[in-house]
Design a protein around this ligand. Structure first.
Ligand code: AHM
Ligand code: MG
Length: 343
């Protein structure tokens, strides 16, 4: 009998086919397309520093080739892979102002799914050799099959996600995803190009002991958030907790999922609604967080229940171990100054 850790992602997807809500194989093929693009991006990320991928867009290098920032490159790779395979009817990306409409092979609009993604999150970390990630979200379209996608297909609350995941380009490349039946993580063997099940059924530890926030923004945080940080630093019971912040959402959340902790990006004066994007970053992370037994909220409301009103909408975001997120919410409520940044 094969051990779990030897199972490839392809084998896992085939085995779990019946878990997929609309089990025609289309979602499996879509996930496989995302994996293909992830392998290409992973290869390129690993060569950062060796090739001209940290330069600015529009600059022509000595070979007469256009230099591309890695986030633009990743955006192109994911979009082209999905467009070429005609597997989705629309894509919205953090890198693009508007969503893209994709016609199927028959020139119709008969694909069921839309993908929303941040192709390379935390890309400023690339120049200093720190982990970055891709975050993606998959929804069933709400507009009728056969017609071009509409804004309503993309502005769905996160609760409607059919699948979501992230790819972490770290010391190894991993994909962690959910289809609403738990969370599983797979690690890429770069020599073979296959992802292997390395983290089955991921769950937050019972208690968290890490808090992750950009504390440089402390003076601008709502009072409840400040009080929570002070609570984490207090010498009492199992505290003080450890502060860990990479500044790369995928890496910070991934570490907290494994070790137990809370990640938060509250509103600041510079970003009064928070910095992170509801559709591309928070919703997929919230889906994974909940599936792993954690909580994701804007401070008051479950992230997955927020009704988006625009593609690039931002939100305050608190996610991680349920004990820690509950404590944060209590602290925000007790302070009574809402979720607003301080001047
Ligand atoms: P980006 O989408 O422009 O890369 O920004 C998102 C990133 C997240 O990965 C991370 O959590 C956050 O920005 C860090 O922001 P800050 O540098 O303000 O702490
Ligand atoms: Mg981002």
């Amino acid at each position: 009998m094969k051990s779990n850790t030897r199972k490839t992602l392809d084998e896992f997807i085939i085995e779990k086919q019946e878990d997929f809500q609309y089990s025609t194989g289309e979602l499996s093929r879509l996930l496989n397309s995302i994996l293909l693009a992830a392998r290409v991006v992973s290869y390129k990320v690993n060569k950062a520093g060796l090739v001209d991928i940290t330069g600015s867009v529009g600059v022509v290098n000595v070979q007469g080739e256009e230099q591309k920032k890695l986030d633009v490159y990743a955006n192109d790779v994911f979009i082209q892979t999905l467009v070429n395979r005609e597997i989705v009817c629309g894509i919205a990306s953090e890198e693009n102002d508007n969503f893209i409409t994709i016609q199927g092979f028959d020139n119709g609009h008969n694909n069921k799914y839309v993908v929303l993604m941040d192709p390379l999150d935390g890309s400023s970390n690339i120049d200093v050799n720190v982990s970055v990630g891709t975050v993606f979200s998959i929804y069933h379209r709400v507009s009728p099959l056969g017609s071009p996608v509409t804004m309503e297909d993309f502005l769905q609350p996160g609760i409607n996600q059919v699948a979501a995941g992230y790819i972490l380009y770290g010391t190894s490349t991993m994909i962690v995803y959910t289809t609403g039946k738990g969370v599983n993580g797979f690690t890429l063997n770069p020599a073979i190009g296959s992802f292997y099940l390395s983290h089955p059924n991921m769950k937050y530890p019972e208690r968290g002991s890490i808090y992750s926030v950009n504390e440089g923004n402390y003076v601008h945080f709502p009072q409840g958030v400040k009080n929570f940080i002070k609570y984490c630093q207090e010498e009492k019971d199992d505290r003080p907790y450890s502060s860990r912040y990479i500044g790369s959402l995928v890496s910070d959340c991934h570490r907290n999922l494994i070790k137990g902790g809370i990640f938060f990006y509250p509103p600041t004066t510079k970003a009064p609604k928070g910095k992170l994007r509801l559709l591309y970053e928070c919703n997929p992370m919230a889906f994974i967080t909940e599936q792993a037994g954690g909580i994701a909220t804007d401070g008051f409301k479950r992230t997955l229940e927020i009704q988006p009103t625009e593609l690039h909408e931002r939100t305050a975001f608190y996610c991680g171990n349920s004990d820690m997120v509950k404590k944060m919410m209590e602290s925000i409520e007790k302070a009574g100054d809402g979720n607003t940044a301080r001047e």
